[in-house]
Design a protein around this ligand. Structure first.
Ligand code: PFF
Length: 503
């Protein structure tokens, strides 16, 4: 087998993993999910899930990659030959996520262009829905595709060309590119936060963000229209996994490039906390801006904008409008967002292409080109007027169900089959800081039980609704499970295909 690339140095590993973790998940997804699920209550659930599930699992993925020196499919195959499909399943889910992720990146590329003229004007919401998306009216009918958005398509092509350019030389380039893509954006983020929190009326937004309504955390029998606690916790835990890039097979691949001296425990904490901090700090900018808008429009904070994947493309332009030199900051901001996104996206391409390479003996470049082409093709559905409805459905399903299932499986396989105590031993051998049996308990029992409970509840609630009103969420259920089944079959086929390893 081809010799494994090793990270140029330790900092490169940490930066590349932080680069993968910090992305649109922090500045695009976190704020709108947090807004949708009650602000402060979501924030509390997010922090609890980060510490009790996210960080232990991130540690597990690094260790699994390092222990097996394989990307996800090979890593699970080393535990048990019959489990290779599960690794393909994880990268398969990751790939579907990456395909809509790159669609959001194409929005960013377009907004970079719009920044030169501040094309969104005084009404960023109207501009986003009409001019950028030409959004079809009815989210219940995503089948009516609407018009093809050529400018988004060009953005998508550009996005994938950039991703490909970044991964061209493997971990050596990745290690260098991330210096720019991680550290640069932070400076600008701080500036946006300062502007966001000093806007007139920001206080209301900020208080919604940091003051939890505690009862939401245990409201397990919600009245109609209320958010149930199971849904809130599921949203929080899947946001944690999404944000840490856990459950995509990415961190397994990155762990496999790790040298022997790097301390797994300490670095996982640095990466996990660095990622969470970016999301939480960025939240101050968004919620400040939401407060400002609510104040200006004279409406309560919960009604100020339509929640969902479009939220940040409305709030950030609002902040930019209020800055001195708005053109300059607009341009800088969307460059920053694209930079943050690009190292997350290329981590996924890297995970998928190293899996293909490990199994089929492709060259690095062949594998990367193939994955990028597939990425463009799978991104096409989001280029239509109904694209954002699709995006919302796929995002919701792939995160709530897809990632949770992968994490559940990982806990069961590594926790019970490997088992956890052996992995803990392995981690402790390679770390200055040590983990104890509490880690095993979380991997074997607490995380799987919590996910099973929330997932079970989620499916139950939807099925129950399906009888009365076969609405969007129920269509989503059928479409979503259909998609998961397809990914499952593709994974089985890939795992059964004969390997073609070069020695
Ligand atoms: N951790 C990434 C983020 O928060 O933006 C999530 C991610 C999504 C990584 C899609 C990679 C990817 F292809």
């Amino acid at each position: 087998m081809a010799e494994r690339d090793i990270w140029g140095n330790r900092t490169a590993f940490v930066l590349a993993s932080i680069g993968s973790a910090i992305g649109l998940g922090n500045l695009w997804r976190f704020p709108y999910v947090c807004y949708e699920f009650g602000g402060g209550a979501f924030l509390v659930a997010y922090i609890v899930c980060l510490v009790s599930a996210g960080i232990p699992l991130l540690m597990l993925e690094f260790a699994l990659g390092k222990q097996t020196a394989q990307a996800a499919p090979g890593a699970f195959a080393k535990i048990d030959k019959r489990l290779e499909w599960f690794g393909w399943f994880a990268v398969g889910i990751g790939f579907v996520i990456c395909s809509y992720y790159s669609a959001i990146m194409s929005y960013c590329v377009n907004y970079f262009y719009y920044s030169f003229t501040l094309a969104w004007g005084d009404d960023p919401a109207e501009f986003f829905n009409r001019h950028v998306l030409d959004k079809t009216g009815d989210p219940e009918q995503p089948w009516a595709l609407g018009s093809f958005r050529w400018q988004l398509f060009f953005g998508l092509l550009l996005t994938w060309s950039l991703i490909l350019a970044c991964v061209w030389k493997g971990t050596k380039t990745v290690g260098k590119v991330v210096w720019v893509t991680v550290l640069g954006p932070w400076a600008l983020l701080i500036l946006f936060v300062i502007r966001g929190v000093t806007l007139e009326g920001a206080a209301d937004g900020l208080s919604y963000y940091v003051t939890p309504r505690w009862s939401m955390l245990w409201n397990f029998s919600p009245a109609p229209g209320e958010i149930g606690a199971h849904e809130l916790w599921l949203a929080a835990i899947s946001q944690v996994f999404f944000s840490l890039t856990v459950g995509f097979g990415v961190m397994i691949a990155y762990g496999s490039f790790l040298d022997d001296e790097t301390c797994i425990v300490k670095n996982t904490w640095i990466i996990g906390l660095g990622d969470a901090l970016t999301a939480i700090v960025g939240g101050f900018a968004v919620f400040g801006a939401l407060g400002h808008k609510a104040h200006a429009d004279g409406v309560p904070i919960t009604e100020v904008v339509e929640s969902g994947p479009g939220l940040t493309f409305v709030t950030y332009p609002e902040i930019i409008n209020g800055l001195p030199l708005p053109h300059l900051f607009g341009i800088l901001f969307f460059v920053m967002l694209s930079l943050l996104a690009i190292d997350s996206a290329f981590s996924l391409v890297e995970a998928l292409s190293s899996s293909v390479r490990d199994k089929f003996g492709f060259t690095h470049r062949q594998a990367n080109v193939a994955v990028s082409l597939a990425g463009v093709i799978f991104g096409l559905p989001y280029m239509f007027g109904s694209g954002i409805h699709w995006l919302d459905i796929v995002d919701h399903f792939m995160n709530f169900c897809g990632l949770s299932i992968v994490v559940l499986g990982t806990c069961l396989i590594v926790g019970w089959h490997f088992p956890a105590s052996r992995m803990r031993h392995f981690i402790n051998q390679r770390s200055d800081g040590k983990i104890d049996i509490w880690w095993d308990i979380r991997i074997q029992l607490i995380v799987p039980a919590a996910i099973l409970y929330m997932l079970g509840f989620e499916v139950y609630v939807r099925l129950e609704n399906a009888y009365g009103d076969f609405g969007l969420r129920s269509q989503e259920l059928v479409f979503g499970w259909g998609m998961l089944l397809l990914i499952f079959f593709a994974s089985v086929v890939l795992s059964l295909a004969r390997p073609n390893l070069r020695s």
